[in-house]
Write a protein that binds this ligand. Structure first.
Ligand SMILES: [Zn+2]
Length: 66
């Protein structure tokens, strides 16, 4: 049986499993410095697509009604 190496919680500093929430303060691992950026890859392109769609829709509405 191998013990999972514990890491220090970023919030309270107590040791916790790296993939789990902190058992003492509930800090989630998503906010750690080693996590990949949430705004990379597919999420970034979805956000760009939504912004372009809203811009195009607004441009069309303004173009029709002006
Ligand atoms: Zn903690």
């Amino acid at each position: 049986m191998t013990m999972t190496e514990l890491v220090a919680c970023l919030q309270c500093g107590l040791p916790k499993p790296p993939a789990d929430r902190c058992t003492s303060c509930g800090m989630t691992p998503e906010f750690g410095p080693d996590r990949p950026s949430p705004f990379a890859g597919a999420t970034l392109w979805v956000m760009i697509g939504v912004i372009v769609a809203v811009f195009a829709l607004t441009l069309a509405v303004v173009g029709i009604t002006a």
